[in-house]
Design a protein around this ligand. Structure first.
Ligand SMILES: Cc1cc2nc3c(=O)[nH]c(=O)nc-3n(C[C@H](O)[C@H](O)[C@H](O)COP(=O)(O)O)c2cc1C
Length: 202
């Protein structure tokens, strides 16, 4: 796998672009085969530093992360992660649950964008992981109510995703079905997602 700055061949093939894009944007994808090797603290916490600098409405920074890297902490996470995700994420050396704080506008109305802001933080973290030669895989497939209770969040917080973090591993460890999906995915064409002046899509 390319460490940084040059997408590897499978990425170049699966993710063509008509316009130039930073290679690490294309290189970031979500594998399920993790190597069990631990991520050094320097690298791991560098991801959260990146996540910290994401933009948010009113600079509220509504993202909160609970990190699980000891065996005990990871096992507590497995209790609320769906079976399908557990089957591969148990090999990831670190898991992080991202919860969004339900913030308020200056008038005291609920802020519409708290989840969106948390998403910006996750995307920043994922890109920084690619910059550091690490891989990430977000999971929405977990029991949010159970996670909230297990990790001590009040109703002011909404669990969003669990992120598996680590090094890419050998796809041989996966089930056949998982192995077939173990590749960079394609994207919709630019013409479907960008509209000039007015939305002309379906
Ligand atoms: C909010 C969110 C929830 C996701 N939930 C899951 C999940 O529960 N299980 C899983 O295997 N992948 C999950 N994914 C990964 C997506 O399927 C993946 O990001 C998407 O197919 C695009 O592929 P790529 O990340 O490899 O570019 C999730 C991604 C996001 C952003």
């Amino acid at each position: 796998m390319a460490e940084t700055n040059r997408p590897d061949d499978e990425v170049r093939e699966a993710r063509p672009t008509a316009y130039e894009v930073h290679p690490n944007v294309l290189q970031r994808w979500s594998p399920r085969a993790f190597d069990e090797r631990e991520v050094p603290e320097e690298l791991l916490f560098g991801l959260f530093e990146a996540a910290r600098y994401a933009p948010s409405a009113n600079n509220e920074q509504p993202w909160r992360y609970v990190l699980a890297r000891t065996k005990e902490d990871r096992e507590a996470f497995y209790e609320f992660i769906n079976e399908g995700n557990r089957s591969w994420c148990e090999r990831a050396p670190a898991l992080a649950l991202l919860a969004a704080k339900k913030t308020s506008t200056r008038n005291g109305n609920p802020m519409r964008t708290y989840a969106f802001d948390a998403g910006a933080s996750w995307a920043t973290l994922a890109l920084e992981a690619t910059n550091k030669g690490l891989v990430t895989h977000a999971m929405g497939g977990f029991d949010a109510a159970k996670a909230k209770e297990a990790l001590g969040f009040t109703d002011d917080y909404e669990p969003m995703i669990v992120i598996a973090i680590g090094y890419r591993g050998d796809p041989a460890v996966l089930t056949e079905g998982q192995r077939e999906r173990e590749k960079p995915s394609p994207r919709k064409p630019l013409s479907e997602i960008v509209h000039e002046g007015k939305f002309t899509g379906e």
